[in-house]
Design a protein around this ligand. Sequence first.
Ligand code: NAG
Ligand code: NAG
Ligand code: NAG
Length: 162
Amino acid sequence: MVPRILLALLPLLLHNAAAQRQQSFRVTPYNTRVVEGREARLPCEVDHQQGSVQWTKDGFALGYASVIPGFPRYAMLGDASRGVYNLRISNASLEDDAEFQCQVGPKGRIAAIRANATLTVLSGRLEIVNRNWAFSQKCADYLVHTEKHRKGSPLNSSVPAL
Ligand SMILES: *[C@@H]1O[C@H](CO)[C@@H](O)[C@H](O)[C@H]1NC(C)=O
Ligand SMILES: *[C@@H]1O[C@H](CO)[C@@H](O)[C@H](O)[C@H]1NC(C)=O
Ligand SMILES: *[C@@H]1O[C@H](CO)[C@@H](O)[C@H](O)[C@H]1NC(C)=O
């Protein structure tokens, strides 16, 4: 009786063990936007990690170390014991605008996993243009409003704040 129960449970136990070992993303890298000069963080967190983790930039491997040779503004930060391998890019520049990929290598019969994230770097000058555009919009609204007032409509409290 007892051996039969064990035999019946065996496939389930083996299946569970295998399922537990299959590495997966706990936090999958996602597309991120950053303004030039600011800091960007691309997340990558792995459950049941078996293989080594590294990032690639447009297909170029950045290595397994937290300090990335040739990329002084890049660092792989986190906590390997918890499977955290976030990529931090300080002082973002337009040359960081690229397709990044977090790769978790294979180990034995455990398959490799990988996930892409596009980093879009917005020019700092564009941000200023946007801010100026918002300001001119407010000026235009204000002029329309005062023009209406001059023509006789009552001035109300919806004057846009400048
Ligand atoms: C992921 O990025 C790599 C280059 O890093 C590219 O070759 C591949 O086509 C991308 N895959 C997807 C699904 O975007
Ligand atoms: C950020 O990078 C720019 C060039 O892209 C450089 O001129 C500037 O000094 C850097 N700032 C810092 C704080 O490293
Ligand atoms: C206040 O002015 C705005 C713009 O002129 C107008 O759209 C709005 O209906 C006015 N509100 C009131 C309560 O008069």
